[in-house]
Design a protein around this ligand. Structure first.
Ligand code: FE2
Length: 284
């Protein structure tokens, strides 16, 4: 057993997104431009409506998957495929934007805590211009298991015989939400090359080194994740996936393999051709 160490600690950068929503970004900042196959990780977490109420009005994506996991709150999703999703506490949404999607993500609450993560997972060149797809998972669809000293929700991947409902054959993503009581340890056989942990409540140590809350720990080489919660317990996400090893050219919400493909995406968006099969509600 070789414990995966903390290779790099990325502290959050506050970024104004959408119509002025404050998010805490780690992957996708100057400190970590991308982490193949992951392009961005935003943690939205606030009990101040001024920081989330404006939401994310209609905006485009092309070339990757957006994966949203809601910890607290209520968000309505509508997209150019005609999907209307109701994302509630503990629910998740997997959207393969691929060739092009325009969607909105709007809070359905005017007060209280809104908290969750949005992860962008890159697509290989062969999939970037494929048809978009959408899957939504209610809180009940995500298995929660009792582990020694805590609980685990498995969104993607498998731990101790518990398998998440969401499949990602392209990059073999694992995505767990783990809650540990004070002074408890969690171990997982962690094989995918690109892996990180993000503590969003409490504190922890990873392979014996301090892991503060609201920072992203990039894991180094090894085969085992070992994390121990501090005196106030810990809640964290663990995410891992295999890199695509392809060129990444990003311009805002468009992530392709070359400059030319980005220019094409911009032209398509300008000419109203980004979305190839528009549902009636988005017909213009
Ligand atoms: Fe979006």
């Amino acid at each position: 057993m070789i414990l995966r160490p903390i290779q790099q600690l990325i502290h959050t950068t506050a970024v104004a997104e959408g119509a002025g929503v404050t998010v805490r970004r780690t992957i996708g900042t100057a400190a970590l431009r991308n982490f193949d196959p992951f392009l961005m990780l935003d943690h939205f977490g606030s009990d101040n409506p001024d920081e989330y109420i404006a939401g994310f009005p209609p905006h485009p994506h092309r070339g990757f998957i957006t994966f949203t996991y809601m910890l607290d709150g209520h968000m309505l999703h509508e997209d150019s495929m005609g999907n209307r999703g109701d994302l509630k506490s503990g629910g998740a949404q997997w959207m393969k934007a691929a060739s092009g999607v325009i969607h909105s993500e709007m809070p359905q609450q005017t007060e209280g805590l809104m908290r969750g993560f949005q992860l962008w997972i890159n697509l290989p060149a062969s999939e970037k211009m494929s048809d978009p797809a959408y899957q939504e998972y209610s809180p009940a669809a995500i298995p929660q298991a009792t582990i020694s000293g805590g609980t685990i929700k498995v969104l993607l991947g498998e731990h101790a015989g518990v398998r998440g409902p969401i499949e990602d054959p392209l990059t073999q993503v694992e995505y767990f939400d783990v809650a540990l009581q004070p002074g408890q340890s969690f171990e997982h056989s962690s094989r995918p090359k690109s892996a990180f942990v993000y503590v969003y409540d409490g504190s922890a140590t990873l392979a014996g080194n301090p892991l503060p809350a609201h920072a992203l720990a990039v894991l180094g080489n090894g085969d085992t994740l070992q994390i121990t919660s501090g005196s106030d317990g810990a809640r964290f996400i663990y995410v891992a996936g295999n890199p695509l090893g392809e060129p990444i050219v990003q311009y805002g919400p468009f992530v392709m393999n070359s400059r030319e493909e980005i220019e094409q995406a911009l032209a398509d968006y300008r000419d109203d051709k980004l979305v190839q099969k528009k549902a009636a509600m988005y017909g213009r």
